[in-house]
Write a protein that binds this ligand. Structure first.
Ligand SMILES: Nc1ncnc2c1ncn2[C@@H]1O[C@H](COP(=O)(O)OP(=O)(O)O)[C@@H](O)[C@H]1O
Ligand SMILES: [Mg+2]
Length: 378
């Protein structure tokens, strides 16, 4: 299908069309007709072909970015295709630009690549197959380059986050230890209700900053878990002790099933405790509005030599449509009081131990099951 372009701008949405839109920049109409017939005959993909015959029209079209690829003739009246490639690159347009050269002009083709063309093609080798292949590959290479650039950007953001979190974590550790000394001193001094209240807020805020920096570090930095054999009973008892303190509503009960006959687990114990703390804290948060909240931890061993940690609660449950999303970084339904990093950290710790996490949830019953191989291997 050939269309002569008008000047109406429209936006290209590659996802919305199964067609590959190609602009042919060619000042010789006979050459264009030949190229167009090859493109229509190509069976690698369906092409929609547009044509402009002058350099100026081509510049306008490149600015509009409504084509997936551009086939550019070298000779364009007083101007040439290399200038058009320079123009696109100066303006930062990332699109496949393919230069059509004269008879086997390899040197010109190489120059085009050096100046930013994605490929070149001698007019003597025009065929449905060569055109279809070159356009298709150029588009795929461009997508790959974009993915690589995106990953590089994310890696830079990840590294920056990790080093900033490291600093904040160190600073908050200093604040916490000085805070303990000051707190001991204040115990000997009579304080007013306002000071006590402010003291409590300050203390929680410092703990929050420490936890946030630790979580950010865990999700953005490289982790190398230290795997050693540990008693599962001791891990669960420690978590139990820490979580009891977090329960605020008097109606909530924390039930820990006795841990018996379990082998030692080869794991990074602080990380596994952190994982359980995150899951239990979420369960405690979930039953906050419930009159008789129940939060439980149980540990068993399955037939595949996995240790199964089950954390349950009788809160409102997680709607099915967000059961995957809850693991995404910064996803929270708790407004400013949630960081949305807890389950991201949990998933990272589970994967560092070569384990799996499963969620089963309905109103009144949520269970997170974490399976860790007895001899964990990352
Ligand atoms: N036991 C649970 N019951 C109901 N919702 C839960 C439970 N655990 C997690 N969630 C949901 O998953 C979200 C993300 O949890 P998390 O990553 O720990 O971040 P945060 O606790 O800071 O919100 C929570 O905001 C909540 O909506
Ligand atoms: Mg949480």
């Amino acid at each position: 299908m050939v269309k002569f372009l008008d000047d109406n701008p429209s936006h290209l949405d590659p996802e919305a069309t199964a067609l590959t839109r190609v602009l042919v920049v060619e000042d010789d109409e006979r050459d264009f007709v030949l190229i167009e017939s090859h493109l229509i005959g190509a069976n690698i993909t369906k092409f929609e072909v547009d044509w402009v015959s002058s350099y100026d029209r081509a510049e306008k079209e490149i600015k509009l970015q409504r084509h997936h690829a551009y086939l550019i003739d070298h000779r364009l009246g007083a101007r040439d295709g290399l200038e058009l490639i320079d123009f696109a690159h100066r303006r930062g347009y990332e699109c496949p630009l393919i230069l059509m050269t004269g008879q086997d002009d390899v040197e010109l083709g190489l120059e085009a690549i050096q100046r930013g063309a994605s490929d070149y093609l001698s007019k003597s080798e025009l065929s449905s197959f060569s055109l279809g292949r070159i356009i298709h590959y150029s588009i795929e290479r461009m997508k790959l380059a974009e993915r690589i650039r995106r990953n590089e950007r994310l890696a830079v953001v990840g590294e920056a986050t990790a080093s900033i979190s490291h600093y904040i974590k160190n600073i908050s550790q200093h604040i916490i230890s000085s805070f303990k000394v000051i707190e001991d001193h204040f115990r000997t001094v009579e304080t007013t209700g306002d000071v006590d209240k402010a003291w409590g807020i300050f203390s929680r805020a410092v703990d929050d900053i420490y936890k946030l920096s630790k979580d950010l570090l865990a999700v953005s930095g490289e982790s190398s878990p230290t795997l050693l054999p540990h008693s599962i009973r001791e891990i669960v008892e420690d978590v139990h002790g820490l979580c009891e303190m977090r329960i605020k509503s008097p109606g909530t009960r924390f039930e820990v099933e006795p841990v018996t006959d379990l082998p030692y687990l080869t794991c990074d114990a602080p990380a596994i405790k952190d994982m359980l703390l995150n899951l239990v804290t979420n369960a405690i948060d979930a039953v906050q509005e419930t009159d008789s909240g129940r939060v439980g931890i149980g540990v068993t061993q399955d037939s595949d030599r996995n240790i199964a940690f089950k954390i349950s609660d009788n809160g409102p449950g997680i709607p099915t449509e967000i059961q995957e999303t809850v693991f995404n970084p910064f996803f929270t339904t708790k407004g400013y009081s949630g960081s949305g990093l807890g389950l991201t950290v949990v998933r990272k710790i589970v994967s560092d131990h070569g384990g799996r996490i499963l969620v089963s949830s309905m109103p009144g019953r949520t269970i997170f099951t974490v399976l860790i191989p007895v001899s964990a291997r990352p």
